[in-house]
Design a protein around this ligand. Structure first.
Ligand SMILES: Nc1nc2c(ncn2[C@@H]2O[C@H](COP(=O)(O)OP(=O)(O)OP(=O)(O)O)[C@@H](O)[C@H]2O)c(=O)[nH]1
Ligand SMILES: [Mg+2]
Length: 461
């Protein structure tokens, strides 16, 4: 996600880093390069124009802080403007005053509607709702069966229709009644897709809208189709009035043009992104985090949240606090390694981490269970005091720990080094964006192995 753009923008900032002052010339060059990078990422030209204008205005305006270096200033400005164009704050789902809230899931053929309906049902159920799903795709024989399978997988009920019930409107109305009768508070209506926007589809969707009075009409689009996704979202919005967008297949989209354009072009927010085929691969979209990710600052918050979903809640909150207070001990490090096995595909986690330096090479790493066990064994061989304060682990303690864990002193040294680097790294993040974001960006260099990678440790290249 956003990999290409991220790489290019970081190159622009790097070039600026050598400059002593922000001048008309170096700003001109930087703006030209940023513009190119955005266009190459397939961002809508109107969005690019607006962004560049805003950046230029800010960079030459009074807001420029003399205390920051040119690179720092530009990073700060681009970060702010990216957030603005992406929609400033997370766009939450809306719910009706009187349940069930009906969500219409619409979009072109193959965009990911049925999969997203299942993902959304899972997401809602995990967030205190009681969803029900129904497919009104009566055109493709297997379509309703597909939703049934997906619903079963996420453990949520599906309205299958009475015998002979085969009209979209009938199915939807009965499903709403069924939701009411069974105390379900959200009804997700998976609709049929077409190759192109055609009159028949639009008429059907307009009727569904009129009859069901949905609180959300979510347009599902394939991020990999880039500006085509933006165009069809715009068209659907003009004909139907959508309330938000789900961009799917972001896991396969290195450019991110659709994600960056859709809000500005349609005026409707990007609410969720699909990041894989699995039914847990759906994330609420956070403009600020996306902007940080684009600028290579990783997405530590999403990482923590993802961990929180898998790990027990209390622990996650504690972990977050520890990260912020830089109170992250070796014991926490060990806990994290243990949790790592639960977290699912490592790739998607790596994608959320800062893309500076070494991580780029870590794309295809696989978790090596044996290595994790070894690190865990080393930490297990420490005393509680040592785990709490790694500074006291001197030479003789290192030898004892190595013996106790059946490893070598080098292994212990290596682990301690990684841990120290990881702490340093976290300290940088915990400072937040305010006050000296640029300063941090300039110095930021991922330690080998942050937080788990690039070692002859738990990860194997
Ligand atoms: N990699 C990836 N694949 C996805 C994602 N979302 C959906 N897919 C895949 O896209 C394909 C189409 O998904 P569907 O959910 O069937 O799409 P649809 O819009 O319901 O299709 P129609 O009902 O035929 O219009 C499936 O193979 C999904 O597994 C995603 O976020 N990432
Ligand atoms: Mg479908």
């Amino acid at each position: 996600m956003f990999d290409n753009l991220s790489e290019k923008l970081q190159r622009v900032f790097k070039n600026l880093r050598g400059e002593g002052k922000l001048s008309a010339e170096n700003m001109e060059t930087a703006l030209r390069e940023i513009r190119m990078a955005l266009l190459e990422a397939d961002v809508n030209f109107r969005v690019v124009k607006q962004l560049i204008e805003n950046i230029k205005q800010k960079a030459t305006g009074e807001e420029v802080l003399l205390s920051l270096s040119p690179a720092q200033q530009v990073v700060k400005i681009v970060h702010e403007e990216l957030i603005k164009i992406l929609g400033s704050h997370e766009s939450k789902l809306r719910f009706a005053n009187e349940p069930p809230s009906v969500f219409l899931i619409v979009g072109l053929q193959g965009s990911g509607k049925t999969t997203s309906t299942g993902k959304l049902a899972r997401y809602l159920a995990r967030n205190g709702h009681r969803p029900m799903v129904v497919s009104v795709d009566v055109y493709r024989p297997a379509a309703r069966e597909q939703l049934k399978v997906v619903a079963r997988e996420v453990g949520q009920p599906v309205y299958e229709g009475a015998p002979g019930e085969s009209l979209p409107l009938d199915l939807a109305r009965s499903a709403r009644r069924e939701s009411n009768n069974t105390g379900r508070d959200v009804l997700l209506v998976d609709t049929a897709g077409r190759l192109h926007i055609d009159e028949q589809l639009m008429t059907e969707l307009q009727e569904l809208k009129a009859q069901l009075n949905p609180v959300e009409i979510l347009f599902v689009a394939d991020a990999m189709t880039g500006q085509d996704a933006v165009k069809s979202a715009d068209e659907f919005h003009k004909r139907l009035g959508i309330t938000g967008v789900i961009l799917t297949k972001m896991d396969g989209d290195a450019r991110g043009g659709a994600a960056l354009s859709i809000r500005h072009v349609t005026g409707q927010p990007l609410k969720f992104v699909g990041v894989g085929e699995r039914l847990d691969a759906l994330e609420p979209f956070h403009p600020d985090r996306a902007a940080s990710r684009i600028l290579g600052m990783g997405d530590v918050l999403s990482l923590i949240e993802k961990a929180a979903e898998q790990i027990d809640q209390k622990k996650a909150v504690e972990m977050q606090r520890k990260l912020l207070d830089n109170d992250f001990t070796l014991e926490d490090f060990r806990d994290q390694l243990r949790q790592l096995r639960k977290l699912g595909p490592l790739q998607s986690l790596l994608g959320m981490m800062p893309k500076v330096g070494v991580l780029k090479e870590l794309k295809d790493v696989k978790v090596d269970e044996k290595e994790i066990s070894r690190v865990v064994a080393i930490i297990d061989s420490m005393t509680p005091r040592e785990r709490d304060n790694h500074m006291i682990i001197n030479g003789s303690r290192r030898r004892r720990i190595a013996r106790g864990s059946g490893t070598s002193v080098q292994d212990v040294n290596q682990l301690l080094k990684q841990y120290a680097e990881a702490r340093k790294m976290m300290k940088m993040f915990s400072g937040g964006l305010k006050g000296g974001l640029g300063k941090r960006m300039g110095k930021m260099k991922l330690p080998p192995g942050f937080p788990f990678g690039d070692m002859p440790g738990p990860l194997d290249r």
